[in-house]
Design a protein around this ligand. Structure first.
Ligand code: PLP
Length: 476
């Protein structure tokens, strides 16, 4: 282990422990922390490591340095706004009809000049552009045909091997033969849904859910059954079981790790229960694990796939949220449906972009991904806390906000009288983009909620954006 990694580990470890004390309110807002010298002595660490631990907590907005006085607890994520309520969608299986609203919102959000809190990926400055560019050059140099030819339908074998290696961290043990590379996660969802359903079938989804999922469902002529989803612990398994019987559900599509928009994450125990339930009813689960790598805790949350003994879970993922959304590289692990998915892939897009696959394979082979992810997770965690704090300070009383443990989305619930589609229009005039709640439900519900991405690094501009939104949110 390099000296740099050891130091890195040490200050992080000390900072994490102090953070836990703040979270548990053992250290309360306003409490004075140990002096840097005492911290260094008591913990047997150098003065610079002690300083680094405090700088780190300061960058998260948890502590502040007061001139000639030392460090104080400034903010506790616990002592703040409540989490939004769990929604109770009507029990029904209905065709999707929100395409027009989604198109209208996304037309509105095209300007580069916006303070864009509707961002669907971490800001470009958090992504490893220079190293990826190097990987592109290297991929071109090593390719026999300058990456001009079609890649195999199933995908670049080196890339599939690298994805298979990543699966160890998800609690899996895949080989390259288990994986089909796709044009982003969207294509993985579309192909796997096509492989296991027929038009008119009912598919269970979380409520609220990512609007792209509604669009895939609509394009395939599927009906959706929205299952109530707790902002912290995820889908309600009892309601799901009832709905499976009532609506003859043919498949489920869930984002079990840091779902979009609420950031909920199923515990291992709940994932196991979900897989057992679906196995009993022979209902396949498409597990969209696109946010699994962006965890703030100690380790990566497991996938439902890792609890699957009967082959009912189809896992999908992509590099869009962690590396390069524009490269459009994702994958599916379709199990017994692999041949069907390869056939559909051939009909859909023939093959995935050759150069982008080769470049990501090169990037992963050089061991750059893990290091990048470590930086990205740390940056997103810090941004998450900063944003929550600013919302706490600037939004009207009664506002509720989620506390995700991964990903980069916050879900806010405002006063019942607020219409967030109108808020979105007013925010646009002030140069701010948000994603109104209505586009996260097949019936345009959640009209007093909206999604705010914390993918933009903290800055005066972001702070100004949150302050302005907070003011707008006071006027229905
Ligand atoms: C839950 C979820 N699935 C899939 C996607 C689409 O992923 P990709 O850009 O890899 O197609 C997104 C993008 O926001 C998402 O939030």
């Amino acid at each position: 282990m390099s000296i740099e990694t050891t130091q890195d580990h040490l200050y992080q470890e000390v900072a994490d422990r102090i953070e836990r004390l703040i979270e548990k309110q053992t250290l309360k807002v306003g409490d004075k922390l140990l002096s840097v010298r005492t911290l260094s002595k008591e913990q047997g660490i150098s003065l610079s490591t002690a300083f680094q631990a405090y700088y780190h907590l300061e960058s998260k907005g948890l502590v502040e340095a007061r001139p000639q006085s030392g460090y104080y607890v400034k903010f506790s994520p616990r002592h703040m706004l409540e989490v939004p309520r769990c929604a109770k969608p009507a029990e029904e299986a209905i065709p999707v009809t929100i395409d027009q609203m989604i198109s209208s919102v996304y037309n509105d959000l095209r300007s580069d000049k916006l303070i864009n809190f509707s961002l669907g990926a971490p800001a470009a400055e958090l992504l490893p552009a220079a190293k990826l560019n190097k990987a592109v050059v290297q991929a071109l140099r090593s390719a026999k045909d300058n990456c001009l030819n079609y890649e195999h339908i199933q995908g670049n074998v080196q890339l599939r091997k690298q994805i298979a290696r990543l699966s160890f961290n998800w609690g899996g043990a895949l080989s390259e033969e288990d994986i089909v590379v796709t044009a982003g996660c969207m294509e993985a969802l579309s192909l796997t849904l096509k492989a296991i359903t027929r038009p008119g079938d009912a598919v269970a989804i979380e409520s609220p859910t990512y609007f792209g999922i509604f669009q895939v469902m609509e394009s395939l002529g599927l009906k959706v059954v929205e299952i109530p989803t707790d902002p912290t612990s995820g889908i309600d398994l009892d309601v799901l079981e009832g709905s499976i019987r009532k609506f003859n559900i043919r498949a489920c599509l869930f984002v079990c790790n840091f779902n979009n928009p609420m950031g909920s994450c199923l515990s291992d125990e709940k994932k196991k229960k979900l897989v057992d339930l679906l196995t009993r009813h022979s209902v396949p689960l498409i597990e969209d694990d696109i946010y699994g790598e962006l965890y703030f805790g100690k380790s990566r949350p497991r996938t439902c796939k890792s609890f699957d003994k009967k082959g009912i879970v189809i896992q999908c993922g992509s590099f869009s949220k962690s590396l390069a959304p524009g490269y459009r590289i994702g994958w599916a692990v379709p199990g017994k449906f692999t041949e069907d998915v390869i056939r559909l892939k051939r009909m859909n897009t023939v093959a995935t972009n050759t150069l982008a696959q080769a470049a990501i394979a090169e990037f992963l082979e050089n061991g750059r991904y893990e290091l990048h992810l470590r930086h990205l997770r740390r940056a997103l965690h810090t941004q998450c806390l900063r944003y929550i704090q600013a919302i706490h300070e600037n939004f009207p009383e009664g506002t509720r906000v989620t506390r995700p443990q991964g990903g980069f989305a916050l879900w806010l619930e405002l006063d019942k009288k607020m219409d967030t589609y109108k808020l979105h229009k007013r925010a646009l005039k002030a140069g701010i983009g948000i994603a109104p709640g209505q586009i996260f439900s097949s019936r345009g519900r959640f009209s007093n909620c909206f999604r705010m991405s914390f993918g933009l690094p903290w800055s005066d501009r972001v702070e100004h954006g949150i302050r302005t939104l907070g003011e707008l949110a006071r006027k229905p």
